[in-house]
Design a protein around this ligand. Structure first.
Ligand SMILES: Cc1cc2nc3c(=O)[nH]c(=O)nc-3n(C[C@H](O)[C@H](O)[C@H](O)COP(=O)(O)O)c2cc1C
Length: 210
């Protein structure tokens, strides 16, 4: 039996594109497996309360973060380390990450615990992480906004390059295109293709833990 950590960060409760997409992966993964769902919007981690939390205890040089902050961090890191696979759904907000997802990253990216350091390797190396992003505009090659998405590159850097996870990005753009515009048809086609891809990924990850 495998475990999926399923994170959502959209502030939209009813009609969220990214939530629908991560749910498709989770449903395909679920049969015979465990899905742990953390809604980062309705149950957000606090802003990082102490800089010492960025380091494993033996690597810290400043004061102690305090027991409540340590307990929150232990819970978030524990969920990540216990999962065989991760799916994260997030809209682009102001060219960047939704702030609760940034707070989650600030808690779980810890050299010496989840990322390599002089005292450890990366316990997450090779584990699958699926990044599911939705964007109101067009960020494709040649579009005026190309290169202005500052959310996905950060997650690829932290989860992929730093923690060593095996990252796959599935994105849907132009979600704010008007009903009659040609971009609307492109966005709907991207959404259908993303759903198909995520269902296939979910059932594959559910069959092959780690
Ligand atoms: C606070 C806020 C900021 C946003 N900023 C951007 C942005 O910088 N670029 C963009 O393309 N879309 C932006 N959008 C639009 C969302 O990325 C888009 O509607 C997305 O599809 C929402 O995903 P969801 O349906 O999962 O909530 C913003 C939306 C909100 C609510």
């Amino acid at each position: 039996m495998a475990t999926l950590l399923h994170l959502d960060a959209s502030a939209e409760p009813e009609d969220s594109r990214s939530r629908a997409l991560t749910a498709a992966l989770a449903s395909a993964f679920a049969p015979g497996n465990t899905v742990v769902h953390r809604d980062l919007h309705t149950d957000p981690p606090p802003h990082l309360p102490h800089p010492g939390l960025h380091w494993a205890p033996p690597l810290r040089t400043g004061g102690a973060p305090g027991p409540a902050a340590e307990a929150t961090q232990r819970r978030l890191i524990g969920e990540l380390l216990d999962a065989d696979a991760l799916v994260v759904g997030y809209p682009l907000y102001n060219y960047s990450l939704p702030s609760p997802l940034k707070a989650w990253i600030d808690h779980v990216h810890v050299p010496g615990l989840t990322a390599p350091s002089p005292i450890s390797g990366s316990p997450l190396a090779g584990r699958p992480a699926v990044l599911v992003t939705t964007r109101g505009g067009d960020y494709g090659p040649g579009a005026p906004n190309a290169g202005r998405d500052h959310a996905t590159p950060v997650l690829e850097l932290i989860l992929g390059e730093e923690m060593g996870m095996d990252v796959t990005v599935v994105g849907v753009g132009m979600t704010l295109a008007g009903r009659e515009s040609p971009e609307r048809a492109r966005s709907e086609a991207e959404h259908e293709e993303a759903l198909r891809h995520l269902r296939e990924l979910g059932s594959r990850l559910g069959r092959t833990p780690e």
